[in-house]
Design a protein around this ligand. Structure first.
Ligand code: HEC
Length: 120
């Protein structure tokens, strides 16, 4: 009987620890630390889309349809949602889907960041 009570207590403690560990990362990302759109852009997009959103000459030569994010008319014709859809699904053969690499929160952050490039 005594053994059973001890085992039950141990199981309850383990469950509590598991719940706590599971709760922590989501809280850290969502509430206290929003993803950094600029850092995400630097790590995932800059190589093709350029440091300031203007693709380099070589990127333009390599990727025929690559847009410039410096161009305000580009964003005038695209909603935030449509950009996030492109990030999820990709477009053409060179703009790959980022759904394996970025979380939905990170996609939102980077979509917001590229919009700020057109204003600078
Ligand atoms: C390997 C090069 C490459 C990388 C890396 C890349 N892109 Fe692209 N991107 C392209 C090309 C090429 C196009 C043009 C696709 C087309 O229209 O066929 C494009 C198009 C786009 C468009 C315009 C889509 C539209 O509505 O027409 C957006 C927005 C965009 N990229 C955002 C991003 C973001 C944000 C990242 C980083 C998370 C990123 N790209 C990473 C090559 C790249």
């Amino acid at each position: 009987m005594r053994v059973r009570v001890v085992m039950f207590a141990a199981a309850a403690l383990a469950a509590a620890a598991w719940v706590q560990a599971g709760a922590r990362p989501a809280e850290a990302r969502g509430r206290f630390q929003a993803p950094d759109g600029k850092a995400i852009y630097h790590d995932n997009c800059q190589q093709c889309h350029g440091v300031i959103g203007q693709p380099t000459k070589s990127a333009q030569a390599k990727y025929e349809h690559i847009p410039s994010f410096k161009d305000t008319t580009f964003f005038a014709t695209r909603s935030q949602d449509s950009i996030i859809t492109i990030l999820k699904k990709g477009k053409g053969k060179d703009m790959k889907s980022f759904s394996e690499k970025l979380t939905p929160e990170e996609m939102t952050a980077v979509a917001q960041y590229i919009r700020t490039l057109a204003k600078k």
